[in-house]
Ligand binder design. Structure first.
Ligand SMILES: [Zn+2]
Length: 247
């Protein structure tokens, strides 16, 4: 029983690895419902997840999930403790927290670039995750962890890519990289960096001007001094000569 379960997981993981670039350590985004189910099923996630997926895993969550668990109070105290031990990943709701499910859904937006797995018992969230291609879904059934098979949407997406109708996110990234390397497309980030350099770096022309100005002021100052000296000398000599004349 356990062996077939692991075999299935291995097969599904291979599918996500090959088609969506999912890599170890697997990033498992947990929500409150999953933590609660793990607690009830006495599942040690830190031990069992890597064993089940046969690879390194990283348990993570978001601030919104933690916030939601806090507001739900005593009943979810244990789940909150589990979630608090996870890494907190940055979500776009820093100032205005949203519900845990809405937050996790936003984390796998735009082709799931961080290759998150979503681990939830929330049926509503699961349905929405399945509509996004390339997001591995996990849940707990009868006290055991399950990696769901790739959703129909995910399989349809892969088929479309294979038949050349679509370009996968993975491919898009490498094409973009190639173009940038060959200089066909200018990387906007690089451009920004260059501009930034220009602004921050010293402008040789301005340096020259400054030096010149500094020299100018120096020389003029010394000239003034000289002039003043000369004047003084002249005046003293004048005074002297006047004295002499007087004598
Ligand atoms: Zn959030």
């Amino acid at each position: 029983m356990k062996i077939t379960r692991q075999k299935h997981a291995k097969k599904h993981l291979g599918f996500f690895r090959n088609n969506f670039g999912v890599r170890e350590p697997y990033q498992i985004l947990l929500d409150g419902t999953f933590c609660q189910a793990a607690l009830r099923g006495r599942i040690q996630l830190r031990e069992q997840l890597p064993r089940y997926l046969m690879g390194e895993t990283q348990l993570c969550t978001t601030r919104c999930v933690l916030k939601e668990l806090e507001t739900l109070g005593k009943d979810l105290y244990g789940a909150k403790l589990i979630a608090q031990k996870c890494q907190v990943r940055n979500c776009p709701h820093f100032k205005n927290p949203v519900s845990g499910s809405e937050c996790l859904l936003s984390m796998v937006e735009e082709g799931n670039p961080h290759h998150y797995f979503v681990a939830t018992q929330d049926q509503n969230l699961s349905m929405k995750v399945k509509k996004k291609p390339g997001v591995p879904l996990m849940f707990i059934i009868q006290n055991t962890i399950v990696l769901d098979k790739p959703s129909p949407k995910t399989i349809a997406f892969v088929k479309a890519v294979e038949s050349g109708q679509l370009v996968s996110v993975h491919e898009k990234q490498s094409i973009k990289q190639l173009k940038e390397e060959k200089g066909l497309v200018k990387n906007p980030e690089q451009r920004r960096k260059k501009k930034h350099k220009k602004v921050s770096g010293p402008n040789p022309l301005s340096c020259l001007k400054k030096k010149k100005r500094a020299q100018d002021t120096k020389s003029s100052a010394s000239e003034k001094k000289r002039k003043r000296k000369r004047i003084r000398n002249r005046s003293t000599s004048k005074v002297l000569s006047e004295k002499k004349n007087a004598e």
